[in-house]
Design a protein around this ligand. Structure first.
Ligand code: IPE
Ligand code: IPE
Ligand code: MG
Length: 242
């Protein structure tokens, strides 16, 4: 989809995925505890949703907590879980006002029971919304997602519910948490790190990657437009020749 942004014609990616990194460093620079950075990062998520919607991005998927992030201190993990608790409840009304549908991807197993309930409720309450399709990865790891997919396929095979020939790329995609989403066109990572840290390994096979030094709590409309502008300079070939 093409959109005019401040007099500039830009091709808008349909699906943008973001590795929201740098909350801790943002707080440290201000001599504040890491959880202060996470609280500010949560505000940046709301802003990113509004900005993505305004640009005409249809799908936005953000990495909020990885299966590896449990390695952090109890204090930090508790702080992050409390931010989720508040976010999952508060965003129902806001999402419905903005016609935004929210999905949570990642492993439910291992999350506190009340958070699982809040996730189910938020997903149910926003399921009919047709505007921005927003997904938050919580307790998400790409290898874990693929492992769960392989297990579910093996289970079907064992029960004679499918043949080896039925196992195709499409079938695997349909067993992932992202089964209802197209693959990301653009992957953004903030905070100057150049790695994907187990985020959507299957889905980003042909995504364009954009890295910025901006720390996540500072990520704003200008930063998002810069990423889209970069995306516009890329020539996507998908293995073919242009
Ligand atoms: C990203 O910020 C948020 C989560 C991983 C939960 P970090 O907490 O990783 O911030 P840095 O990388 O330490 O600055
Ligand atoms: C990736 O950030 C995970 C999220 C943004 C939720 P990390 O800060 O956990 O990644 P590493 O440890 O730098 O690879
Ligand atoms: Mg980090």
């Amino acid at each position: 989809m093409e959109r005019e942004i401040n007099g500039e014609l830009l091709n808008i990616p349909e699906h943008v995925a973001i590795i929201m990194d740098g909350n801790g460093r943002w707080a440290k620079k201000r001599l504040m505890p890491r959880n202060f950075g996470h609280a500010e990062g949560a505000k940046a998520i709301e802003r990113a949703c509004e900005n993505a919607d305004e640009l005409g991005i249809k799908y936005l998927t953000v990495y909020a907590f990885s299966t590896e992030n449990w390695k952090r201190s109890v204090e930090e993990v508790t702080g992050i879980m409390n931010i989720f608790r508040k976010y999952l409840v508060d965003s129902i009304e806001r999402s419905n006002r903005e016609n935004m549908r929210v999905r949570i991807i990642g492993k439910r197993d291992g999350l506190p029971e009340d958070i699982i309930e809040k996730i189910n409720n938020l997903e149910k309450e926003t399921a009919k919304n047709t505007g921005l399709q927003f997904s938050v990865a919580i307790n998400y790891g790409g290898r874990d997602e693929l492992t769960r997919a392989v297990r579910s396929i093996a289970e079907n095979y064992k029960n004679n519910e499918l043949d080896i020939e039925d196992i195709t790329e499409e079938l695997i995609s349909k067993r992932l948490d992202t089964r209802e989403l197209p693959d990301p066109d653009l992957l953004i990572r903030t905070s100057g790190e150049f790695r994907t840290s187990n985020f959507l390994p299957w889905q980003i096979a042909y995504s364009e990657f954009y890295f910025t030094d901006i720390l996540w709590p500072d990520f704003d409309m200008d930063a998002l437009v810069d990423a889209v502008r970069y995306y516009n300079k890329r020539e996507r070939r998908f293995g073919g020749v242009r």
